[in-house]
Design a protein around this ligand. Structure first.
Ligand SMILES: O=C(CO)[C@H](O)[C@H](O)COP(=O)(O)O
Length: 238
């Protein structure tokens, strides 16, 4: 297991640098969710970018924005954003992302889609060559609660062949309930070998009635900052 302090330092490096390189005061900024994004908000605050208009992607990121004293907005008031900075659970060589480890994939995808640019910040453990190489928990799939059993069944069959389980809460009896009142399935796969297969899955999952959103983010980012253990940053861009 990777050292927690090393991971945390790497997250901080990535979060700080992504803001320094990409955010200007006064911009409309989507704020992702997760532990790395905390450093994004910290840096926006530290730089005194109080004219930035921040749109959250979860209850957690809304709290971060409020606690930092930054300007809070939403997509009904600010429907177009200059940039979103968000974390990821895995980034492969083709910039395919797996997101949703924190269960926020629905709002994250909506906010990213409303942005001119999605910049990803992550520690070194998220950096993969092959899809699914490092993230073994599967693809998070947000589903309407009434549909979770039929969806698990459908996912187990062709063309999906995914083994999906209902994500259970840790300090509460029963399932994780998302900020949108839905459940999350984590769907593991044997092999997704080609980019074509991944892109096909991206679309097919959305076609299942009851699937609200999933954590595959394909063709959504061109820039990823990975904090490294030695205090440097690996920037991957295309
Ligand atoms: O997709 C997400 C939440 O739904 C997060 O961005 C992802 O889980 C990464 O989180 P962290 O920065 O804590 O590693």
């Amino acid at each position: 297991m990777a050292d927690k302090k090393l991971l945390d330092d790497a997250k901080k490096l990535a979060g700080y640098r992504a803001v320094e390189d990409n955010v200007k005061n006064g911009q409309r900024v989507g704020i992702g969710s997760g532990s790395t994004v905390k450093y994004v908000v910290d840096k926006i605050k530290e730089l005194g970018y109080t004219d930035c208009i921040c749109v959250p992607t979860s209850f957690q990121s809304r709290q971060l924005i409020i606690e930092a004293g930054l300007k809070l907005s939403d997509l009904s008031i600010t429907p177009e954003l200059d940039i979103t900075i968000d974390g990821a659970d895995e980034v492969d060589q083709h910039f395919n992302l797996i997101k949703g480890g924190g269960g926020c994939q629905l709002q994250e995808k909506i906010v990213a889609h409303a942005s001119k640019e999605l910049v990803i910040v992550a520690d070194y453990s998220k950096d993969s060559v092959e899809f699914g190489q490092n993230w073994k928990k599967g693809i998070p799939i947000e589903v309407h609660p009434m549909a979770y059993v039929p969806i698990i069944k459908q996912l187990s069959q062709a063309p999906f062949n995914l083994k999906a389980t209902l994500r259970m809460a840790v300090n509460k009896a029963g399932p994780v309930v998302t900020d949108n009142g839905n459940f999350v399935l984590d769907a593991t796969f044997q092999s997704l070998n080609s980019q074509h297969e991944i892109e096909k899955l991206n679309v097919q999952l959305k076609m299942i009635p009851g699937v609200v959103e999933h954590g595959l983010f394909i063709n959504m980012t061109k820039k990823v900052y990975f904090g490294q253990t030695d205090g440097t940053i690996k920037l991957r861009s295309k």
